[in-house]
Design a protein around this ligand. Structure first.
Ligand SMILES: [Zn+2]
Length: 288
């Protein structure tokens, strides 16, 4: 069934868990995620990021209706979320397709500009009755802003979100949740992730809203537990799911038929998503 972020955050807050948000660029991603969520009877988030379009991988106007249809048919609450929207016209396209949630990412803008643009994005979210996530602080990895895609693999503390600024930002904009920078990286990690758990706690206490962790792939299960204990309620996870599918196909191939390869990839991705979800929702006690 279709849900928005506030509905799934209610469940997450009660159970002190995080909800996984998974980017989808093909039908096998959607199947893998929903099969895992239904198996565990847990809510989930299907996300489409504006960057996928820039990379010529998938198109919102094609993926969006399929995401909404599959979310409606699911037996668990499913949020259909536009991830990293950098322009409001693009975000509105998603909302017109029936997305229940959006992220406006103005993190590459100067602070005051980010506040102003996020306020406009909040007004748009209200118009459509959907939830909104926004971001302050800078994250390492691949980023899309108005100048296109940039890549910076180095994460340093000067990029981290400042708790006082985060408090001010949430008060001024009224966003439902906040994506923050505390050491994670978008895409693959080239060094051990070094997360600032005390900062997560401070951000959570100062803002009073759920904290969103981007760059969730490649973080150890132990670290997931720690960020969740400190107030993270949404974890964006994509790269390792997609990689699990790619690895399985490479190992078990070659294939003559694409549909055979796609099935192998889908099953491997479902396993990877299930393992991540079990950790996020505290159902992994007996699993290594
Ligand atoms: Zn992100």
């Amino acid at each position: 069934m279709l849900a928005d972020l506030n509905e799934v955050f209610q469940i997450a807050n009660e159970k002190k868990i995080a909800i996984g948000a998974f980017n989808v660029v093909n039908f096998e991603h959607i199947q893998a995620i929903l099969e895992a969520a239904e198996k565990l009877n847990m809510p989930t988030i299907l996300a489409f990021a504006q960057t996928h379009e820039e990379n010529d991988i998938a198109y919102l106007e094609e993926m969006g209706p399929v995401m909404v249809l599959m979310a409606k048919r699911a037996k668990v609450p499913v949020v259909v979320h536009l991830d990293h929207g950098v322009d409001l016209d693009y975000i509105e396209k998603a909302l017109k397709l029936g997305f229940t949630s959006m992220m406006f990412d103005g993190s590459s803008l100067p602070y005051e500009e980010n506040v102003k643009m996020t306020q406009k994005a909040v007004a748009l979210a209200k118009k459509y009755g959907v939830t909104i996530e926004a971001e302050i602080g800078k994250m390492a990895g691949i980023t899309l802003n108005n100048e296109g895609i940039t890549e910076n693999r180095k994460s340093d503390r000067s990029m981290y979100t400042d708790p006082a600024e985060a408090k001010d930002f949430v008060e001024k904009t009224g966003v439902d949740c906040l994506a923050a920078s505390f050491g994670t990286v978008h895409g693959e990690y080239f060094a051990e992730p070094n997360l600032d758990f005390a900062l997560v706690k401070e951000l959570s206490e100062q803002t009073g809203v759920p904290i969103v962790m981007h760059g969730g792939s490649g973080v150890s299960h132990e670290d997931y537990k720690k960020v969740i204990a400190n107030g993270v309620r949404k974890i964006n996870y994509y790269t390792y799911m997609d990689k699990a599918g790619g690895d399985a196909v490479s190992k078990q191939g070659p294939y003559k038929m694409f549909s055979d390869a796609a099935k192998v990839g889908r099953i491997a991705m479902e396993k990877d998503v299930e393992s991540a979800m079990r950790c996020f929702v505290n159902m992994d006690e007996n699993i290594k």
